[in-house]
Structure formats: structure tokens, C-alpha cells
Design a protein around this ligand. Sequence first.
Ligand code: PRX
Length: 653
Amino acid sequence: MPPSKTGIDVLLKEERIFHPPKDLVEQTHVKKWMDAHGIKTYEELLEKAKDLEWFWGEISKELVGWSKPYTKVLEWNPPWVKWFLGAEYNIVCDALDRHVKSWRKNKVAYIWEGEPGDREKLTYAELHGKVCQAANALKSLGVKKGDRVGIYLPMIPELPIAMLACAKIGALHSVVFSGFSAHALRDRVNDSEAKVVITCDGFYRRGKTVPLKKQTDEALQQAPSVEHVIVYKRTGGEVSWNEKRDLWWHEVVDGQKKTCETEILDANDFLYILYTSGTTGKPKGVVHAHGGYAVGTAFTLKWVFDLKDEDVWWCAADIGWVTGHSYIVYAPLILGVTSVLYEGAPDYPKPDRWWSIVERYGVTVLYTSPTSIRLFMRYGEEWPAKHDLSSLRLLGTVGEPINPEAWMWYYKHIGGERCPIMDTWWQTETGSFCISPLPITPLKPGSATRPLPGWTADVYDEEGKPLVNQGGNLVLLTPWPAMFRGLYKDPERYREVYWSKYPNVYLAGDVARIDRDGYFWIQGRADDVLNVAGHRIGNSEVESALVSHEAVAEAAVIGKPHEVKGEAIVAYVVLKRGVEPTEKLREELRGHVAREIGKLARPEEVWFVSDLPKTRSGKIMRRVVKAVVLGKPAGDISTLSNPEAVEEIGKAR
Ligand code: PRX
């Protein structure tokens, strides 16, 4: 392999190819669509789909019903996009309202299972009724079109209900993952200036209860925009109560009418804000809009996972992340499928919890992360072998690169060597899959294969020249319907982060390689963003959390390969003068980060040093710290002001 111009090495070489079963191919939505449009080959489909206005116009016809038709499919003024201009729309019309007027009214929308084993099924009609009640409750509290509502709930049906209730009345939801800390909630609520926050008393995780209301109370001590907090009773645990602000869900929602007019919006009006990590300590508020997002998410779910009415779909992510927003809430509901929703830990009470769920409900398509697969791999194949998994027909992964060993294990022990694996590459910003196989695509374990029809992706060197078979920056060259519409209240950061490196080209922030067959191999982040268990955490977020501790003067945080989580957090800390580096302090700092951000960001290792490698302008060189930790050459250190710090990093461990 020639040396890489970007300095990005490509190590993975995988040559196995898995062809999809012929009988499966014939039945797929994509094959049928190609036949109906006289398209013979996949190459021809990709070519035709380059006419974005034609392609997305055709696709949208089958998926959404506009309240008023659009006059133009696409307006692209880089970096600003509008889709389906002139259309009037609300995503809830397709996700719910339409179904209750059809035979799907009594179809199950969600099969829910709580961690302690409680179970519930919600039909489309029941879900619709509950969403209307929650929407009426929000209205009664003065929430209007354009207002923001913070949602801090675990994986219980009230989470999608609350989101859909906001969307129904044209308010924007801002869901904060229930594993995030009070401080993370506070920052997000304040940035979005939420008027109402919806939470619960607590929830179950690994047999214990997590006191969510307590965390909410702590967060809202400094949240001036919040007028009301709606609290769903999940565990019945004790909570403190603010009479002026707090309302029980059962008191404010349950008595409401089960009908509520859906607010018809402009198709480009905003649907939600979802915060994601960037390279600074401040999370980015990614904004999505109703119309394009509906088309983009429903299309990708329909074609990639080939969902049909008889399928039982399980996207085993948390709704607190974009995966759940797009593929547990909006897309499956638009397609009218039945989804599984599970509250708890994957290995609780035993490592076969998931497999018991697959068997109990006859799950046909399962979508999860490589981290979960590696976790199950470690427990061993005897756990899935206890269950009948023959209902499965397709599998998927997302969130991080999947190593071929984990791919093979998933293929063999979960898919029984019959289920193709859809490795979907996408981001909070993209809203929907962008690079992914379809069930007709020959698969190479570890590759997300090729851009879907309707997308153009490439890998560029630093100057913007396309690279073949060399690692470089992953870019998307044309707009796509579920594309984000900017960062909340921060157009400058939007331009700077995504659109400034190459003119009019979207910089994904990932390193990738395209092989000679045009297959994409995603290698991980190019920027200072960690990927721990498929979750994005900015190095600087963890560093800010560390330096917010009174004992810490400076910190450098890097990621190191981890067998299960993909990446583990390693922190180097310079203590303030006079502070003793003790084992107790080390533990305290780990706990401090968990409290500041959430347990997912708790550093695996904390090391004390007297100095960190810095440039002459005082910038900490994480690259150098990382090289030393990984036992690699430190590279060019001529710009360092204190090369002796490099040696100390090496010795600290
Ligand atoms: O680095 C890529 C990785 O996850 C990042 C996006 O993270 P987030 O916005 O939190 O969304 C995660 C769920 C969509 C990407 O920049 N990533 C996502 N999918 C894959 C992936 N890396 C490799 N292969 C994938 N299939």
C-alpha cells in the first residue's frame, strides 16, 4: 500500500465477501422499486438517483402525505438546504394520524418491556390517544409552536409519547439521554431555553433505581427558562416537590382529551434539537426539520432494513441518541411497523435478556451497536444458543466501526449464518443512514459498503483531492433530505465545523478509506472526539469536567483501544500546587467526571503528571500524549515547548 498523504494509516484488510441470498433479494423493496422504474442494475440505480430532484420526488410519493404539496423538491444554497419547499406538513400526520384512519389502527406500534419484567403493548390508536393527551397537557401549560421542551426520560413509552406530543403542536423537543448527569441536563436546557421539562421519578437499571427527578431538581436550580416540570411516576420512589413548578404526569396528562388537532407547519420548520459532542467543551445543538427528515428516515429504514408489515423491528438503541430518534420513533412509525422498546441493561438479570426478548416477540430485524455485540461475545455463544432466534431475517449495526471478528460472531451466533448484516454509517447531523448496504449488496465484514442511492460520498486528502485506497477525510458532496439544518443559535459554528475545510462539501469528521470496489471502510474520528461504546464524547468535554474539580490545574484526555467499548478514556492530570496525588483522589476524579457528564464519560484511567506536552502557544498536544500511551513514536515534537513532559507521560503509567 502506498504511504498515505494524510498520514492516516490503513491497517484493516478484509477480503471475505458475503452475497445476499437470492430469494431474499427478489422480495426486497429496493428490487421491486427498481423493477417498477425499469432499472436493471444497482449501478444504474445509483446513476439515476444522482438526479436528486427526480429521485427524492419519486421516493417521497410513497412515504409521506403532504397537507399541501411542495412546489420544489430542493433548494441548495450551501451550506443551507431546504427540502420540499412550499409544502405544508407535520411529521405526526404520517407517524400517527394517518394510521388511526386505516387498518393499522389496531396494529401494535410498540411492544414495551421494563427491566423488572413489566410488559405493555400499545396499538397505534392507543399511542395516538396518549400523544393527544400529552399534547393537550403541554398546550394547557402554554407551550406553543416554536417553543422548546426538554425531555429527560428513560426507555419507557412516555418518552416517544412526549416527543410526538411536542411535534404534534409544533414545539421542538430536546431530549437529553437519561444517562447524562444533572450538569449535562442543565447546560442543554439552558442552551435551548426550554419552557417545560418532562422527566420521571426514577427508572430501573441493573436492578437499581436511578433517581431522575433528583437529578432534574439539581439541574434546574440554574435554569431560568423552565416554568414547569412534568413528572411521570415510574418507580414510585420518593421525590422532593416544588409546588409552583412540578406537576405529576397522571394529574396533568391523563385527564386530557384523546384528540388533538395537529399543528400544520411549513415542511422546513424545525422538529427537534439534539445535542452532540464536538471538539470544544460546549455541545452542539443539531437541528432537524419535519419534511426532509420524515422522507429521509422513512426511506432509509424501508430500503435498508426492508421492513414489511409483518416485521417486528427492534432498534436496541436508546431514544436519547439520534439512532432512537430516527429509528425507534419517527421512521418506524411512519412506516407503520411494530417496534420493540426495552428499558434496561442488555445483560440484566442474565446475559440472555436480549435473546429472550427476540424469542418472546419474534423479532425479525435487530439493529444494535458493535459494543453490544462485543459484550455478548465475551459472555459466550451459549447464551444466544438457549433461545430460538429463527425469527430473525436481517441484522444491523451502527455507531462505530465493527471489527470483522465481531461481525462474524454476530453473523454466526445471532443470525444463524442466514441474516445479512447492514452496517450503517451515519451521524446525529445526517439524521439518517448515508453509507450502508441494502439487502441486495454483497457484504464485506467491517465495511459499511457504499453510499446509498441519493448520496455522493468521497474521501479527500488535505487539499481536497479524492483518494483511492488511502485513508483520508470522509466527505458528503450533495445534500440529502434528513440533513441537519444547522446548529441551534450558532450558524457560525455550523459553517466553521462542517463546511470550511472544503468549499460546499460536508466534512463528516471521520477518517475513511475507499477500496478498489468502491467500498467504504470507516476508521473512526479524525477530530478530537472520542467514541466510547458508540457514543460521542468530546475530549475537551472530559477535560473541562476534570479541571472543574478544585484539585486539578490541567488535564489532557485521549482514547485508547478497548476490547468491548471500542475506545476507553485515559486522562492525564496536573494537580494544583500542594495537592497530593493519592489513590483516593484518582477515584474521586473518575466519579467527578461521571457526575459532571454522565457515567459513560468516566475515565478508565487517571494518571498524575507534573506537566503536559504543550506547543509554544500553550496548546496541549493530545496527539503526542496519545502516541506515547499507544507506544507509538511521538512524531514531530519540534513545536513543543516542554519535550521533557513527553517522557513523564510515558513513565506515569
Ligand atoms: O465516527 C462515526 C461513528 O459515529 C459517529 C457519529 O456519532 P453520533 O452522531 O453519535 O451518531 C451515532 C449513531 C448514528 C460517526 O462520525 N459511526 C457511526 N456509524 C458508524 C460509525 N463508524 C463506523 N461505522 C459505522 N457504521
